[in-house]
Ligand binder design. Structure first.
Ligand code: TYD
Ligand code: MG
Length: 435
């Protein structure tokens, strides 16, 4: 190691020979700090732990007892690892972790839930509502990261949950909890706890409506695993995704339903989604989404309504508004279907979020069906709509078709392996246009 790399970013660990007021690597607007050589050696040793753990066999992992959670983690928690669980307030992070902690307790692993957000009584009430025994789950209400570290160092539970990282802090830093410096310093101490004791630490982080982890963003670089729990808080469906995993595959997802008595695993999401599907109504279609390693059938709905507003409303839920607007423009320019003077509502049923462009064709057909008032029937469609009015093939063709076959949806419109199809042609094939 060169003795000249004296400065480093506390957020991402980036090293620099020069002092700077911000980090050129992760962009955090905090000055780089100088570090003594012994300190940097120590941090390098800590960094080596995950690598060794990564090659450990699956049996070294702590299974949660929840198939969907274990799958997302890549087989369970790796001892000494740090997991950041992000999600909007109310999505069910505390509920999930309480249930997971309880399930782990049933297998003989003890857990400490440090709840800085709610009182111990509130958590106990939730446990009661969930009918959890909870003998192996201890609760502590403390917003001091050091208090959590010393309790865990003494009691040596298998799992420590910190709910949430935005509400804990360290006394040496004057700033309020939730700010970048507090989140980073508390996070760093809790990460050190995991690395030195082998305890699994789960940090809960709230994200804002736009999906960004406000303060905890800096933590994403520091932790081993980043999970997000997503779903519309007003509706039951929840997806747990792994966005980063040093010990397992990413883009694996687990699916849950939030019921009155907590979260339950969903084994057959396609079946759940298509349960209330009314295919005889205009403006609805099925999209075979690919979520992690499987295909899930979701319903895409559109409603097109007249308005005398100068700027007609576009309300889009569960999709990227920019993509939907692009699809609307292509429909107009290349398929002769204009909704410019109409209100357009597009929705993915069940609180699901579709991020891949493969859903473009389904969105286009749903809008066109709603605009023309012609139902599509039991139809599924997929393909990426291009600006020239073409619809391109998207990956995982076989996986999508297998799931559609399994669910008995034989009517499908999608570009085959080779040539793109035309959006106009797809509208004709769907019976929405005559030429
Ligand atoms: P919570 O786990 O507190 O969310 P987070 O920690 O992500 O903020 O869950 C909050 C919502 O979940 C709340 O609106 C009520 C609902 N809920 C249920 O529907 N069923 C349940 O069994 C529980 C405990 C909560
Ligand atoms: Mg909570």
């Amino acid at each position: 190691m060169s003795a000249r790399t004296n400065f480093h970013c506390e957020a991402c660990g980036h090293k620099s020979a020069k002092w700077m007021g911000f980090c050129t690597n992760c962009g955090v607007e905090e000055p780089l700090v100088e570090r003594a050589m012994s300190g940097s050696k120590q941090s390098m040793a800590a960094e080596a732990v995950p690598v060794r753990d990564a090659s450990k066999t699956r049996s070294d992992r702590l299974r949660t007892g929840w198939g969907e959670v274990d799958r997302v983690l890549g087989g369970g928690f790796v001892p000494g690892s740090v997991v950041l669980l992000g999600g909007e307030p109310g999505v069910g992070k505390s509920t999930l972790l309480l249930q997971v902690a309880n399930a782990m307790g049933l297998q003989g692993h003890s857990t400490v839930i440090a709840t800085a957000e709610e009182s111990v009584e509130q958590v106990a009430m939730r446990a009661e509502r969930l009918s959890l025994g909870g003998e192996s789950v201890s609760l502590m209400a403390d917003d001091d990261a050091d208090a959590i570290v010393s309790l865990a160092t003494q009691d040596r539970p298998s799992l420590v949950v910190v709910d949430s990282i935005q509400t804990v802090g360290v006394p040496e830093i004057v700033a309020a909890p939730g700010g970048v410096s507090q989140v980073r310093e508390s996070g760093a101490r809790l990460i050190r706890l995991a690395k030195t004791t082998g305890i699994v630490v789960v940090l809960v982080g709230h994200v804002t409506k736009d999906g960004s982890l406000a303060g905890p963003k800096v933590l994403e670089h520091m932790v081993d695993v980043v999970l997000s729990l997503e779903g519309d808080p007003d509706r039951g469906f929840r997806v747990l995704r792994s966005n980063k995993n040093r010990f397992g595959p990413t883009h694996v997802s687990g699916m849950f339903d939030m019921r009155g008595d907590g979260l339950v695993e969903v084994d057959d999401p396609s079946k759940v989604f298509l349960d209330g599907w009314e295919s005889s109504v205009p403006g609805t279609i099925v999209y075979p989404a690919v979520e992690g390693r499987r295909s899930v059938l979701v319903e895409v709905q559109a409603l097109v309504a007249s308005t005398n507003q100068a700027q007609p409303r576009r309300s889009i839920r569960g999709l990227d508004p920019a993509r939907v607007n692009q699809v609307i423009a292509v429909l107009q320019q290349h398929a002769g279907l204009s909704v410019t003077d109409k209100e357009v509502y597009v929705n993915v049923v069940g609180g699901w979020r579709l991020d891949d462009p493969g859903c473009d064709l389904a969105v286009a057909l749903a809008i066109a069906s709603a605009a023309t008032g012609k139902p599509l029937g039991k139809l599924a469609a997929w393909g990426e709509v291009g600006l020239a009015g073409e619809v391109r093939a998207v990956p995982f063709q076989t996986r999508r078709m297998e799931e559609l076959t399994r669910m008995g949806l034989v009517k499908q419109i999608a570009p085959g392996g080779g040539e793109p199809i035309r959006l106009r042609g797809a509208l004709v094939e769907a019976g929405l246009k005559t030429n």
